[in-house]
Write a protein of this length. Sequence first.
Length: 1012
Amino acid sequence: MCIRRLFQFSHLQWAQRATFLKHIQHKHQGTHRWTHSGGSTYRAVIFDMGGVLIPSPGRVAAEWELQNHIPSGTILKAFIEAGENGPWMRFIRGEITTEDFLKEFGRLCSEISKTSVPVDSFFSLLTSDRVAKQFPVMTEAITQIRAKGLQTAVLSNNFCLPSGKSFFPLDRKQFDVVVESCLEGICKPDPRIYKLCLEQLGLQPSESIFLDDLGPNLKTAASLGIHTIKVNDPETAVKELESLLGFTLRVGIPNTRPVRKTMEIAKDALEKYLKDLLGIQTTGPLELLQFDHGQSNPTYYIRLANHQLVLRKKPPGTLLPSAHAVEREFRIMKALANTGVPVPNVLDLCEDTRVIGTPFYLMEYCPGLTYKDPSLPGIEPSRRQAIYTAMNRVLCKIHSVDFKAAGLEDYGKQGDYIPRQVQTWIKQYRASETSIIPAMERLIEWLPLHLPSQQRTTVVHGDFRLDNLLFHPEKTEVLAVLDWELSTLGDPLADVAYSCLAHYLPSSFPMLRGFGDCDLTHLGIPTAEEYFRMYCLHMGIPPIENWNFYMAFSFFRMAAILQGVYKRSLTGQASSATAEQSGNLTEFMSNLAWDFAVKEGFQVFKKMPAPKLLKRSYHTWATPQSLLSPTGTRSYSSIPEGFPAHASKGALVISPEGLSPPARELYHRLRRFMEQRVYPVEQELQRHQASGDRWSPSPLIEDLKIFNCSAPDTGNMELLVRYGTEEQKARWLLPLLEGKARSCFAMTEPQVASSDATNIESSIREEDGFYVINGHKWWITGILDPRCQLCVFMGKTDPHAPRHRQQSVLLVPMDTPGIKIIRPLTVYGLEDAPGGHGEVRFEHVRVPKENMVLGPGRGFEIAQGRLGPGRIHHCMRLIGSSERALALLKARVRSRVAFGKPLVEQGTVLADIAQSRVEIEQARLLVLRAAHLMDMAGNKAAALDIAMIKMVAPTMACRVVDRAIQAFGAAGLSSDYPLAQFFASARALRFADGPDEVHRATVAKMELKHRA
Ligand SMILES: Cc1cc2nc3c(=O)[nH]c(=O)nc-3n(C[C@H](O)[C@H](O)[C@H](O)COP(=O)(O)OP(=O)(O)OC[C@H]3O[C@@H](n4cnc5c(N)ncnc54)[C@H](O)[C@@H]3O)c2cc1C
């Protein structure tokens, strides 16, 4: 409040009053300052309210009089003429009620103007939300002042509202002290109220600066020794305050920069438009900046006179159908204004392309914080948690809007949101496609086949992520939800899944930073599952089963959006400098999407009955039982016993103690099972393998079969989950998962170097609606097993296609005529019965066309995608067999005496033990890291680590087992112990799934490419 104090001083000369009034009415630009000498350091800034933080009543009155045809100056005269005991003065000292004030004041105004004056309408305007709003420049300044550790105060001549509360339309938390005349019973320029304010601040007058728009108020402040700034215009006042304080109060508009060359807009036309729209007379430069945000719809910051606005427009050029709908953004924000969803106040939609070339809309600039990095660096974990909770809550608010009541019934179609979205984004993707991306092709087939049924229809934001939210600078409160371009009516779960994208993206992802590689427990950020549960709890809905579908769809949609941005960058239309990068990112996103589709595919496991553990009789191994004791097997952990459990999700677990409770329980069950059921029957199994029945599965194994993780079944199952059609899955995947069938993978050929898959020569030709196979294969593991029902066959469909597009994969039932097994091959004389490794001819083998996986030419890609999990299983088994070899060695050297002492006392034996332990641990850590990466970032991201372990684990196992064999003497080579078999399989694994050299080449290439 500012005007009323003119009227309270009897000593104030009329001439002075007249000059002052004139100044207010004519908006003089000059500033006055009363300052003390002495130059002490300032510790507080005290603000008047009306005319400094919010518009002055004088200006509001002048506008109101004009609009209501009341003689100009009536209100001001009414304030002044009645003097100290007039209605206004008594009102601001809290001596009369609003009702009495309005009666008396109305009478006075009517006397002055000789006409009836509806003062309650003026009063409503003065106290309305529209008018009584803090100047953004002042909000910014207060934030900066407080950030520097100074105090802030309001010293206001205000009044009480009809509710009895004082009129204070500001956020009190911005101020350390608030002194209100109507509550104190005294008002400015009475020196006592200034002293009261200083007392509450605990400061001397010279330690503070006071801003007011009225001279007499400032004069008293100055006479007390307070530094003063006269405010005519908030912008100029802030500049003056900056120079007094010696630090900047206008740090610029966050996340903006000069307008990009290709995104410039005609400033003159815009300025004229704005002046007409806002009724601004002032001349002064229009400040125009561009926000970093807005790859799709360029977004600008505008400062003109006291207005700070945001303009959002369509990008220039030819646009994709239904994209960049700024009209819809305007409509929804307007409709949501009174629904409790925080949105910026929208002012105007201009569809006239003559103004700046494209349609645009304007909204008020809302100063606040955007968190661009979703891992929220530099913020306390508890605050991070609160920020994500606030984000979750605001999403619940959006999804709780009564869209019919908000006039949004026709804002989108109701029902079938996901099917329509899937089609829309397929279409958008196709319209901007620049090359074939295999994962996108797979998703385009997969998504329509796995659509969920929609439970609810609500307003959906469509792009709900942390950096589209504006937060209060000090509180964890969402001030505004931005970027409604993709909003519509739809399935709210799509929004929830989309808002979890950052959980899976790496922190280095260029356009959409994530925290998939961070430890969320440490950060305090809820996991995606926790975030989703929080949402369900708040909305009162049960959790859903097909969450992975929603995630797959969200990543697919993101991939399609990135492809659109990329395409526009090629034609110079995209509005972001990083747009050009988006091409590569599309592929990355689509692979992530596909990982979720695969996870969704794995739901099939959940539907399977739990396997039964059959009771077995115990058998004794020929060696001492102590060899099989827990200490002899896998009890060695990578960290000491008793080390605190590393239970945080997302962290690399390096010991059983660090596993989650359910996984730890599984681990212990597995150990018990090995010790109680498997080790005791090893010898009997050995005997079966040497017997004439060896080509029939041992009934012992049939009974014990609970793991179902043998090669090549796991790789084949993975292949079917990832790439199989629903029919292929039903026919082959289910029997494999249930352990009812076995399978083999036929790639290697005797006549060509098969470590290079592109050499494969077997032919697959199309004939009478069938595929016909001819070829010679060998080393086909499992093909001799009587349970083997499926051969996953790789051959060439088109020898003239590009090198990596010649191969295809066919699912060949093993009972198809023309499959001729020539012989079982042996590894160091071992046959690995009953699966064996067969040499086999395929002669005119006819397979229905629907047995092709993915399509012709996709074989190389499938072979690549299949191998990650199979390889890590091999490596895990190798760590296991090395542990057992070391355990056997330790037991043997303790009991065996040579040259007068146990072998364990020989230095070379001790060195062997130490060396073996170190090598096992090195390999184990590498394998754990690869497994961790596969879990957290997917098989593709873990490609380097998978190649590394495939290089390391077999050679490590060969060395460790070889040392054990050496310590055992000749017995180590016999079939009385499992060492010879361990060695043979470790040695074979230096070829199987690609020879060492090929993996070394992969590692070296990646090293040169990424760590140059
Ligand atoms: C026990 C066992 C089980 C198997 N199971 C299967 C199966 O189920 N299905 C299947 O299809 N295959 C299987 N294989 C075959 C295996 O995948 C191949 O042996 C392997 O891919 C190598 O192919 P190749 O034998 O034709 O060797 P080649 O390609 O002839 O290579 C011979 C040698 O050349 C060298 N070499 C090759 N490439 C490079 C390079 N880039 N740089 C330097 N040197 C190089 C390596 O020393 C390599 O060992 C199995 C093999 C074994 C031993």
